[in-house]
Design a protein around this ligand. Structure first.
Ligand code: FES
Length: 110
C-alpha cells in the first residue's frame, strides 16, 4: 500500500503533556504532545490491548492503564514491563508513525 499523510487533528486540539486517540482506517493511533512536539504511536498496548490513551503521559513516557507497562512515545520502545506479566512477559515495542505539521494541522504518515 502506498504511504500518505493524513490529517488527524489540529495542533490546538492537544495541549502540551496531553494525548489523544485518533482512528485512521482500522488503526488506532495515539498522538502525544511532548513539550510542543507531536509524536504518534499505536494506541493499543502490545501486552493485552490496553487503551494507552486512557493511561498517563509523563514527559515522553506513557503508562498503560491496565498492567502499567511503560512505553516511550518518541521511539515506541518498551521502557518497563507490565507489573503483572500474566502469560505474556515479553511485550513488543509500539509502532511509530511519522508526524508532520502543516498549517496548524497534525498529519501522520500511514
Ligand atoms: S494491557 Fe497494557 S500492560 Fe497489560
Amino acid at each position: 500500500m502506498e504511504s500518505r499523510f493524513v490529517r488527524v487533528a489540529g495542533i490546538s486540539d492537544i495541549d502540551i503533556g496531553k494525548m489523544q486517540k485518533v482512528t485512521v482506517g482500522d488503526i488506532s493511533i495515539l498522538i502525544a504532545n511532548v513539550n510542543g512536539n507531536f509524536f504518534a504511536v499505536d494506541s493499543v498496548c502490545t501486552h493485552f490491548g490496553g487503551d494507552l490513551s486512557e493511561g498517563i503521559l509523563e514527559g515522553n513516557i506513557v503508562t498503560c492503564p491496565v498492567h502499567k507497562a511503560r512505553f516511550d512515545v518518541i521511539s515506541g520502545k518498551v521502557v518497563s514491563p507490565p507489573a503483572e506479566a500474566l502469560d505474556r512477559p515479553d511485550i513488543e515495542n509500539l509502532s511509530t508513525y511519522l508526524v508532520k505539521i502543516e498549517n496548524k494541522d497534525i498529519l501522520i504518515r500511514i
